[in-house]
Design a protein around this ligand. Structure first.
Ligand SMILES: Nc1nc2c(c(=O)[nH]1)N[C@@H](CN(C=O)c1ccc(C(=O)N[C@@H](CCC(=O)O)C(=O)O)cc1)CN2
Length: 285
C-alpha cells in the first residue's frame, strides 16, 4: 500500500473531545444539548447506526431520546411525534433514521422537522441554503468528508473532483460543498457513459453508490485522494465500501477505509450539528 490512510476514527476522537467540552459548557449554563433519535422498522443496519448515535450522545454528555417504532407505524403517527419533538425544549436536534418503510413519505417527514432542529440538514430550507453556502446545518456525511480534507491538508481549490452518486444525502450536498471550496466538480451516476474516464481525470474521487468494487485501481489517477462512502457486505458478510481498497491503495495518495473512515465521521458531525443547534437555542434564551 502506498496511499496514506485517512483515519475517520482518530479524527472523530479529536472532534468528539471538542463536542464533549462544548456539551459540558452548555450543561453548566442549564442548557444540556439534546438529540431525539427516531427509528421506524427493523432494518438491521439502521439499528446499528441508531444505537451508535445514542451511545455517542451518552459518551459525550448529550441528552438523547430514542423512539423505536414497528414498521407498521402510520405516517400520521410519525408526523404527530415529530410535531411533539419540535415543541420539546429539551430537544435541539431531531433525527429520523432513513430509509423509512415504503408506506411513509420520507419527504413529508423531513419537511415536518423544524429547520432549526434539522441536524441531518435534509430539510428543504437547509438543502436550499446550502446553495448559498449558509445553511443552519450541513448533511453529516459530506460535512464529515470536508473535515477529513481539512485535517489531512487535501487541497481543494482548483482540484478536479468527481462525486460518484447523486443522492440527496451524500452526492448532491457533497458536490455543493466541493464547489464552495473551489473545486471543479463532476457528478457521475448510474447513467454516466464513461465513469472510468471521469474518475481517471480526478484529483479527488468520492464514491457513494452502494456498489461494491465500483472503483478499481485502473480508474484512479496516481496520487489522487479517494473517499469511500459505500457501506456494503462482501460474500463472507464482511463490511466493505464501493472502492477496491487493496488495489486502489497501491495507486492513490490518500484513501479512507471501510469500516473506520467516513462512517464514524457521519455520527461525529451529527453531534457537532446538535451542539450548534443547542448553542443557538441557548444564546436566544
Ligand atoms: N437520518 C439519516 N439516515 C441515514 C444517514 C444519515 O446521515 N441520516 N446516513 C446513512 C447511514 N448512517 C447514518 O445514519 C451511517 C452509516 C454508517 C455509519 C458507521 O459508523 N459505519 C461504521 C461501521 C458500522 C457497522 O459496523 O456496521 C464504519 O464505517 O466504520 C454511521 C452512520 C443512511 N441513513
Amino acid at each position: 500500500m502506498t496511499a496514506k490512510l485517512i483515519d475517520g476514527l482518530a479524527l472523530s476522537k479529536t472532534l468528539r473531545a471538542d463536542v464533549a467540552a462544548r456539551a459540558a459548557a452548555l450543561t453548566a449554563r442549564g442548557h444540556q444539548p439534546g438529540l431525539a433519535v427516531v427509528l421506524v422498522g427493523d432494518n438491521p443496519a439502521s439499528e446499528v447506526y441508531v444505537r451508535n448515535k445514542v451511545k455517542a450522545c451518552e459518551d459525550n454528555g448529550l441528552y438523547s431520546s430514542y423512539d423505536r417504532y414497528p414498521a407498521t407505524l402510520s405516517e400520521a403517527d410519525l408526523l404527530a411525534r415529530i410535531d411533539a419533538l419540535n415543541r420539546d425544549s429539551r430537544i435541539h436536534g431531531i433525527l429520523v433514521q432513513l430509509p423509512l418503510p415504503a408506506h411513509i413519505d420520507s419527504h413529508k417527514v423531513i419537511e415536518a422537522i423544524a429547520p432549526e432542529k434539522d441536524v441531518d440538514g435534509f430539510h428543504v430550507a437547509n438543502a436550499g441554503a446550502l446553495m448559498t453556502g449558509k445553511p443552519l446545518f450541513r448533511p453529516c456525511t459530506p460535512y464529515g468528508v470536508m473535515k477529513m480534507f481539512e485535517a489531512y491538508g487535501i487541497e481543494l481549490q482548483g482540484a478536479n473532483a468527481v462525486v460518484i452518486g447523486r443522492s440527496n444525502i451524500v452526492g448532491k450536498p457533497m458536490a455543493m460543498m466541493l464547489i464552495d471550496a473551489g473545486a471543479t466538480v463532476t457528478v457521475c451516476h448510474s447513467k454516466t457513459r464513461d465513469l472510468a474516464a471521469h474518475a481517471r481525470a480526478a484529483d479527488i474521487v468520492v464514491a457513494a453508490t452502494g456498489r461494491r468494487n465500483l472503483l478499481t485501481a485502473d480508474m484512479v489517477k496516481p496520487g489522487a485522494t479517494v473517499i469511500d462512502v459505500g457501506m456494503n457486505r462482501d460474500e463472507a458478510g464482511k463490511l466493505c465500501g464501493d472502492v477496491d481498497f487493496a488495489g486502489v491503495s497501491t495507486v492513490a495518495g490518500h484513501i479512507t477505509p471501510v469500516p473506520g473512515g467516513v462512517g464514524p465521521m457521519t455520527i461525529t458531525m451529527l453531534l457537532v450539528n446538535t451542539i450548534e443547534a443547542a448553542e443557538r437555542a441557548a444564546n436566544e434564551a
